[in-house]
Design a protein around this ligand. Sequence first.
Ligand code: ZN
Length: 411
Amino acid sequence: MDVYHFKNFEMLDPDVGELRGGHEMIVEGAKIKEISAKPIKVGKAQVVDCGKRTLMPGLIDSHVHVVLSEVVIRNMESIPLTLMTARAADLMRKMLDRGFTSVRDTGGADWGLKEATDNWLLPGPRLFIAGRAIGPTGGHSDGRRRTDQGARCHCCNALSFSMGIADGVSEVRRAVREEMRQGCDQVKIMMSGGVASPYDPLDSLQFSVEEVAAAVEEAHAFGRYVSAHAYTPEAITRAAHAGVRTIEHGNLIDDASAKLMAEKGMFLVANLVTYFEMKKRAAEYGMNSDMLAKNDLVIDGALKSLEICKRHGVPVAYGTDLLGQLQVAQSEEFTIRAQVLAPIDIIRSATTIGAQVVRMVDKLGCLKPGAFADLLLVDGNPLKNLKLLQEEGKHLSMIMKGGRFHKNRLQ
Ligand SMILES: [Zn+2]
């Protein structure tokens, strides 16, 4: 088992919220074994002199789609699973390059990709997977064209691989159970219209109260939870009453729905960057005017949603939800949130709050004995300058996931 002795660093534990010098850390195998303010005596260990850089936990992006490599999701229908996987490998490696050592995939990634990244067959972040995102006929996850009738083959193209349709309580139960059989960490359902789907109005309500309740019941029975795609207060409220744990997007949230989320102990996973990137660049990749019009409906709510959640004490995780060629903007979410939040709040959204969302408190997003050794070494103080967490990992001298170096510029 590899043992590393980290010395000479400024420690940024997001729980503490300020830099602390004078500590040493031992990493043994996949985990942090010891952190001490006194010199640590250890037998055989490789010493890592951090040169006074900032040591912090790896970042968590709580809303990604590693298999959606096209801005226009519909184009995924002509992509075979082999090419889908090859592109996902490239996207995942770049996420790890940016310092995201964990990502929560909200539709698409399966247990095969999770196992491949766990074993470093593909360098990439830890994956928390949903398998297929499930929605009703005509909803956000119905990828068929209007000229398509009936069902589609579910096995041989990237679009069908990442999204599923279920109607009625028994089909929802079956679909949810199927995802859990396939090893999902969370169940993703569609509860309102979406931007990247052409036909469903944004304020449409998707899945009935009974269908959502069935999804929640099945997920809970298996020790899992439900995450819901929802934009409007009505969809958020319906999700909250049915026992959904996380709201994805939530741009149009209002005071009443935020208050309800706080009462129910729910999380918002916001992903503002995707709306700004779509506005800027999605047309050049073929996104049509209907979708861009829906994007305009939600972009105004983006920053407001953060302020409303702050007011009501709803924890907001860092998400991005970028599609295809736009995924390069993953770290820009820091800049956008900085308009209304302090750097430490944004760093917490991508560490401690992300760890709560993926149910890995004290294991991820923190510097503690017993936590996974998912570590970044930053050339400066990100509490003063969030740019250090941007520019494709340029300012990260070291990236470690599970006690293994993905990058080490110190040697
Ligand atoms: Zn998404």
